[in-house]
Design a protein around this ligand. Structure first.
Ligand SMILES: Nc1ncnc2c1ncn2[C@@H]1O[C@H](COP(=O)(O)OP(=O)(O)OP(=O)(O)O)[C@@H](O)[C@H]1O
Length: 581
């Protein structure tokens, strides 16, 4: 069908040429930043099949994987990445699948619902609902998730599916778009050895269908290692070996490292890169060090440098470089001839409204299945309303009741409305990881996510509790029982709470840590309280400070409330009839 033509089953060839990557590291608050090079001149080719990036911790595996997947700012990367001999498209990250190390699925939804979310947002419009369902069913079957398809993923407070099933669901989220290239950051981390093997066998099966699978991995067991087609072994950001997996032992043998009979090759490679004595000892024992223990010629040179040089000068390294150069030269000659070198840029698969719809649907499902936050907000607001109502119960129409106590009640109510928005800080902070993964992966536009989250938080978390609060307070304080006056009261509080929540969202989306966002928002609200005009007479304040009053939401809410109060006081000489009394 035409849909099947959109989604191809052949993997792409990814080649990368002289990749250098540096980051700026801030040493301390007062010192200048320091530049740290993470990758050095990495060149190679990954073909359809299983391609492993291996190396010790901190050797740059995840960084290289992200660069290849187009998930690192291009300006900071030197060198080039080609997809099928052409420029990597600017939105390659939306076309390729990327399975992050930490799960990026929503815990309150079931396996099927998570996969449907991905299908609804990432499959082109030409796919009907039926076809999407069929696709998701196929993936569930292919990944062996049939038995837990309708179980929830699970969260801290909810027991869900197992780690292996969760990992397979994450893979399924990417398989929905049938990507030509699938990247996985440490797909076996946190899994027991047989589950790890099951996941890797599954990837192997997918690769046999003609996909390019590229993953970083630490120390796979031998059974897993045998599934690999290509290997890139990194040490301190340098290529220690790159080529066919089944030639790796042969290569190390050729430079003097011999793997013990019962040794797991992956452990052996890591031992070599780490300079561990076992590998080197084997060399001494068996070969009498006839080729030199790699850095025997120059003991002052770090071992990884020598190993990288050894590879580069070896026939294996030369062959790989030659192959990569061929791809690059062909690209370069076509580029200089002016041929069309870019892949067509594919924009988001769905419209803003579709994205808005599905993100809202997921957020509402999430709230319904975990209603504790909303129920807590409603309960707190209701009881706080009761408390304010008891404090200011049925204010009389004398001067104190009409002016002083009403102003006090207004201040108290405003304060409550603004501070109740402290809970808004969790909206983006808690979902940050999932949002970054999905927006980078082309699930939705940032604006679609923002507006749907904004509305889905405002209504249940701000407006519904406000209804409970305002009805209780309005009735108990004894404001006039006229519908339009109540609506005016509700409107003032609604605008105030919405604005407070908006500030909360801005802080929440700007700061990475939940606790710093919370502290920052609290400080903003306390400053607003001080400059609200109730605790401190703003006319007596020094001029250089008094401008801060214009940033206070509390001041504006109080001003509108008190203005209405005073207009009525002026109009009704007896001071007993005001908008709220
Ligand atoms: N943005 C950054 N700022 C500072 N250092 C960084 C940054 N990104 C990576 N590094 C450093 O670069 C090195 C390689 O990191 P990377 O995460 O790629 O390693 P890795 O091989 O995947 O490690 P692991 O197996 O432990 O996940 C590490 O020393 C890391 O601290």
């Amino acid at each position: 069908s035409s849909n099947n033509q959109n989604i191809t089953n052949t993997g792409s060839q990814l080649s990368f040429h002289d990749i250098n990557y540096k980051v700026n590291i801030e040493k301390s608050l007062c010192k200048k930043t320091e530049v740290k090079q993470i990758l050095y001149e990495i060149t190679g080719i990954f073909k359809p099949g299983m391609n492993a990036i291996m190396g010790p911790s901190g050797s740059g595996k995840s960084t290289l994987l992200k660069i290849l997947a187009g998930r690192v700012n291009r300006e900071s990367v030197e060198g080039c990445v080609l997809v099928d001999g052409m420029n990597q498209p600017s939105n390659f990250r939306c076309m390729a699948g990327f399975v992050a190390q930490d799960g990026t699925v929503v815990g309150t939804l079931t396996v099927r619902e998570n996969l449907m979310f991905s299908a609804n947002l990432r499959l082109p419009k030409s796919f009907s609902g039926k076809e999407k369902n069929k696709k998701v069913d196929e993936i569930i079957y292919e990944l062996g998730l049939t038995l837990c398809a309708d179980s929830r993923i699970g969260a801290n407070w909810l027991r869900g599916i197992s780690g292996g099933e969760r990992k397979r669901t994450n893979i399924g989220m990417e398989l929905v778009i049938s990507p030509k290239v699938l990247f996985l950051d440490e797909p076996t981390t946190g899994l027991d050895s047989s589950t790890a093997f099951a996941v890797m066998s599954l990837l192997n099966k997918i690769s046999k269908n003609g996909r390019t699978i590229i993953f970083s991995i630490h120390q796979p067991r031998y059974k897993i290692f045998k599934l690999f087609d290509g290997i890139l072994l990194l040490g301190a950001g340098r290529t220690i070996y790159h080529g066919p997996a089944n030639k790796t032992l042969q290569y190390f043998n050729s430079i003097g490292y011999v793997c013990d009979e019962h040794e797991n090759p992956s452990n052996f490679f890591l031992d070599i890169v780490n300079g561990d004595s076992t590998a080197i000892q084997a060399l001494f024992n068996r070969n009498g060090n006839k080729n030199g223990s790699s850095n025997a010629n120059d003991p002052s040179k770090p071992l990884v440098l020598t190993l990288a040089e050894n590879f580069s000068n070896s026939p294996y390294g030369k062959k790989m470089k030659q192959e990569a150069s061929k791809v690059y030269e062909s690209y370069y000659s076509r580029k200089t001839n002016g041929s069309r070198m870019k892949h067509p840029d594919i924009l988001y698969a769905t419209s803003f409204l579709t994205q808005f719809r599905y993100v809202s649907q997921r957020t509402i499902q999430n709230i319904i299945r975990n209603p504790s936050a909303m129920l807590l907000q409603v309960t707190i607001m209701f009881f706080f309303g009761l408390f304010v109502g008891i404090l200011f119960f049925q204010l009389g129409h004398n001067f104190k009741g009409a002016i002083q106590n009403r102003t006090g009640a207004l201040f108290f109510i405003t304060l409550n409305q603004i501070f109740s928005n402290l809970s808004s800080v969790g909206l983006f902070a808690l979902e940050r990881k999932i949002f970054i993964h999905e927006s980078v992966g082309g699930f939705y536009r940032i604006s679609a996510y923002f507006f749907s989250k904004y509305l889905c938080d405002l209504v249940p978390m701000r407006i519904v509790p406000l209804i409970f609060f305002s009805v209780t307070v309005y009735y108990m304080i004894g404001f006039q029982l006229e519908i339009y006056k109540f609506l005016l009261f509700f409107l003032i509080l609604g605008v105030s709470t919405t604005s407070g929540a908006t500030i909360g969202f801005a802080v929440s989306s700007s700061l990475e840590s939940y606790s710093s966002a919370h502290l920052c928002l609290l400080t903003i609200f306390v400053c607003m309280e001080v400059f609200g005009g109730f605790l401190l007479n703003l006319t007596t304040m020094s001029e250089w400070l008094s401008w801060l009053q214009y940033l206070s939401l509390i001041r504006y809410t109080l001003k509108v409330g008190i203005h209405l109060l005073c207009v009525c006081v002026r109009m009704c000489v007896r001071v007993c009839v005001c908008v709220f009394a």
